[in-house]
Design a protein around this ligand. Structure first.
Ligand code: FES
Ligand code: FES
Length: 241
């Protein structure tokens, strides 16, 4: 048989060209590998040396890399009807100012990236993701948080509707949902259109589609959406009559 001379494990269908390829591969591959390996070691050594040199200059005397000291700035925030004077790091978000400086922990930090709506508060009548804005941008602003909407004894109508319709399960998103809902009804009353408003001349309808679209920035991980819409519709209906 023509392929009797092949070693065990070789492809019996390989012809003369296959043999040549095999031999040239045996000769070339180790050399290529050695070159690549040497090059790799050289590049690695240079990278490691440069990485060690730059921080090493700063850290050779045991110091950590220096960062600029915080810039402090005074800011006045009118939160839930009471004026607060703060001296804060200019990088402080409104969310952190509310939670960490004013200890109003009803406003929740979910993603801290403007993606979940858990931090929604009402600033000068408009809803805002407080994690996406700096506190110093709101000098003398009127801010309403969930604590300012109602109390356990005197619930805001939207809070009462959420309770009635089971508009929450774990409750983490609820302060943001309620603040958003209150502002949504105001937006609709002011005639501000949304992405699903088809008639831009007439006032937007108080439909479930409008409510769902306008509330789409408020994520509920428990999936209480149907009940949240029912709660908002009830308040919207009572406001209409
Ligand atoms: S915490 Fe602000 S949007 Fe999620
Ligand atoms: S009630 Fe749990 S995330 Fe909305």
């Amino acid at each position: 048989m023509s392929n009797q001379g092949n070693n065990a494990g070789e492809n019996p269908l390989r012809g003369a060209k296959g043999e040549r390829d095999k031999h040239s591969a045996q000769e070339v591959e180790p050399q290529t590998f050695n070159l690549s390996r040497r090059k790799l070691i050289q590049v690695g050594a240079v990278t490691a040396a440069s990485a060690a040199v730059s921080p090493g200059t700063a850290m050779s005397d045991g110091e950590l890399p220096r960062t600029a000291p915080p810039e402090m700035m005074p800011v006045r925030l009118n939160v839930n009807g009471s004026m607060n004077q703060l001296e804060i790091d200019t990088r402080t978000t409104l969310l952190d100012a509310l939670r960490e400086h004013l200890h109003l922990t009803g406003t929740k930090k979910g993603c801290d990236h403007g993606q979940c709506g858990a931090c929604t508060v009402i600033v000068n009548g408009r809803r805002l993701n407080s994690c996406l804005t700096l506190a110093i941008m709101h000098q003398d602003a009127d801010i309403t948080t969930i604590e300012g909407l109602g109390t356990p004894d005197h619930l805001h109508p939207m809070q009462a509707a959420f309770v009635k319709h089971d508009g929450y399960q774990c409750g983490y998103c609820t302060p943001g949902q309620i603040c958003s809902s209150v502002a949504v009804l105001r937006e609709i009353a002011q005639g501000i259109p949304s992405h699903v408003t088809s008639d831009l001349v007439s006032p937007p309808a108080l439909s479930a589609a409008e409510i769902r679209e306008r509330m789409s920035g408020n994520i509920c991980r428990c999936g209480a959406y149907a009940n949240i819409v029912a709660a908002i519709e009830e308040v919207a209906g009572s406001q209409e009559s």
